[in-house]
Design a protein around this ligand. Structure first.
Ligand code: PNS
Length: 163
């Protein structure tokens, strides 16, 4: 039984995340997508943990072997507590590599956990949660970049629904 954990901030989940997650769900028997705390984004989250989980639950409803979870603590601790799986992370461009390499080595050093990278499709290479939030905050069209659950939540948050 091959299990993967796909951790991230998911603030909110984008089509790039969904692409990586969907492809992971075809490789692994089960995938847990886990909303975690990123210290570099401290105080910068738009959505609460509960809101991000709700959005993810809706967005992943069509993926039967994917489950949604949340955890605040070290990723290696989560991996040890739950299951002996591998970590999945997505790579969009070379610019992601240095950061991801550092985290992967750190997690292997801390908890002997393997990280597997899935290259996001090039059509999503420019899509990030932070860019999507910026566009949405100026009432730009983010419909092609995020799943409907994220789009609705962003519109609500930036009060676009009345327009
Ligand atoms: O989507 P992100 O913000 O790039 O995800 C980063 C995340 C949440 C996976 C990373 O910050 C993380 O693993 N946080 C949990 C705390 C931890 O284990 N930190 C050490 C590795 S950076």
């Amino acid at each position: 039984m091959k299990h993967a954990v796909y951790p991230g901030s998911f603030d909110p989940v984008t089509n790039g995340h969904m692409d990586v997650l969907t492809r992971a769900s075809k490789i692994f028997d089960t995938v847990t997508v886990t909303v975690m705390h990123n210290a570099r984004k401290q105080g910068k989250h738009l959505f609460s943990l509960e809101e991000r989980l709700d959005i993810l639950r809706e967005a992943t409803g069509g993926l039967p072997n994917v489950r949604v979870d949340g955890f605040s603590g070290l990723l290696v601790e989560y991996m040890q507590r739950n299951q002996n799986g591998v970590i999945v992370r997505g790579l969009r461009a070379v610019s992601d590599y240095e950061y991801e390499l550092q985290i992967a080595h750190l997690n292997r050093q801390l908890g002997d956990v393997e990280t597997v990278f899935i290259m996001a499709a090039t059509r999503w290479s420019f899509v990030s949660s932070s860019m999507v939030k910026e566009v949405a905050s100026y009432q730009g069209d983010i419909g092609k970049m995020v799943p409907p659950a994220s789009e609705r939540a962003l519109k609500r948050r930036y009060s676009l629904e009345a327009l």
